[in-house]
Design a protein around this ligand. Sequence first.
Ligand code: HEM
Length: 414
Amino acid sequence: MDNQTACPITNLSNLFKPLDLSDPYPLMAQARQEEPVFYSPEINYWVVTRFEDIKAIFQDYETFTAENTITPIEPFSETVLEMLNDGDYTPVPVLSNNVPPSHTRIRKLVNKLFTPRRMKHFEPEIRQIVNGRIDTFIDQGKVDIVSAMTYDLPAMVLFRVLGVPDEDVPQVKVWSDNRILLYYGRPTPEEQIEFTKNLIPFWKYTVGLVEKKVANPEDDLISDLIAMRNGDDSILTINEIASCMITLLVAGHETTTAQMSNAVQHLLEDRPKWEALCQNPALIPNANEELMRFDPSVCTWRRVARKACTIAGIDIPKDSNLLLMLNSGNRDTAVFPKPDDIVLERKNAAKNLAFGFGIHYCVGAPLARLELNITLEELTRRIPTLQLVPEQHYEYVENLSFRGPLKLWVEWKK
Ligand code: HEM
C-alpha cells in the first residue's frame, strides 16, 4: 500500500485531543520526536509540529493558503446558514482567511494603521488605561487578575485606538467570546443557534459603526481607513471595511487578553523571573517575546494545502487541512535550546511563531507588544510583591486555537 492510500491513523492520532488545551506540551514534545506530522481524525486535519516545517508552510503562501483560518470546526447547520442569510450577515474574506491579490490590496492599507511608530503615539493613553485598571484593585490584596484586569484591558485599548465608545466594551466582549466558540469550538446544535443569534447583532453593530464614521469622520483608525478608500470601491469597499472591523474586534483583544494572563502566570510560577523584571524593567520587552514563545495565546493556526505535497516525509493530499502547532514549533530544540525553560534574555526569543510568519504575520503585533510591555512594566513597578495564590487549577475554554487561563488568582502585600 502506498502512502496515499495507507490508513493515516497512528498512535498520536488517537492521543491528540485538539480542543483540549489544558496541557498540550507533553504530547507535542512526543510528536516532534516521533511523528512530526500526523493526522487527526477528530477534526480531519494534518497536524504539523516542528518549527522549520511550520515556517516553510507560512512562507509558501501559494501552496498553503489561509482560506480555512475561520472555517467553523463544527460545520454550520442549515438553520444557522438560513439565520445568517436572513440576518444580512455579509462579511467577506479580507485579512486572515483571504488570499492575494485581494489580501495584498487590503493588507497594505491596514498595515498603515498599525505601524510601531503610530502605536507609540498611543503609549501615554495605554499607560493611563493600565494604571486606571490597577487602581481599581490595588487595595484589595487578592484578585482574579483575569476578571480584574486582563479580560477587559486589551478591548479598552483597542476600542480607543479604533474609535469605538468605551461603554460598548462589555457587549463586544460577549459577542466576540461567542464568535470564538462558534468558529473554534464544538457547539451543540442549540448552542450554534444561540451563538448565531449573537453574531448577527455583532455584525450589524460593526456595519453601523462604519456608517457612523463615514457620515462623521473622527480622529481614529476606522475613519483613517475610510479616508484611504476615498470613495473608491476599487481601493476598498464599505463592506470590506466592516469585515476588517469585525475581524479586528475579535483578533485584537481575545489574543492579547490570553497572552497577558499566560505571561503573568508563568512569571509568577517561576518567581525569580518576576523579581528579575521588578529589578530590571529593561528586560521586559525580550521577556514578553520569550513568554510568547513559551506559551503563545494563539497556540495553533491553520492552512490548506492547495497542492499535494510532502511534509516531514509524510505525503499530504491536495486540499488537505493543516493544523500548525505554533506552541510546539516554539518549543523545538532545533531552534530554541532548553525550550521548556523561560530564559528572559534568550537571544532568539523573538524568532518565535506566536504572531505567525509571512504575508499574514499579525498586523496587530506592534499594538500587542506595546500593551504587553506596558502591562508588565506597571504591574512590576506597582505590585512587586505579586504572587500566585497556591494550589490553583487552571481552566481553558475548549477550542482549537486560543489558550489562556479563565481565572488567575494572585495576592500581594497591601
Ligand atoms: C498577543 C497578542 C496576539 C497574538 C498572539 C496574535 C497572533 C496572531 C497570529 C498567529 C496570526 C496569524 C498569522 C499568520 O497567519 O501567519 C494573527 C493574525 C492577525 N492578527 Fe494577531 N495576534 C495578537 C494580537 C493582535 C492584535 C492586537 C490585533 C489587532 C489590533 C491583531 C489582528 C490580527 C489580524 C487582523 C490578523 C490577520 C492578518 C492577515 O491575515 O493579514 N492581532 N495574529
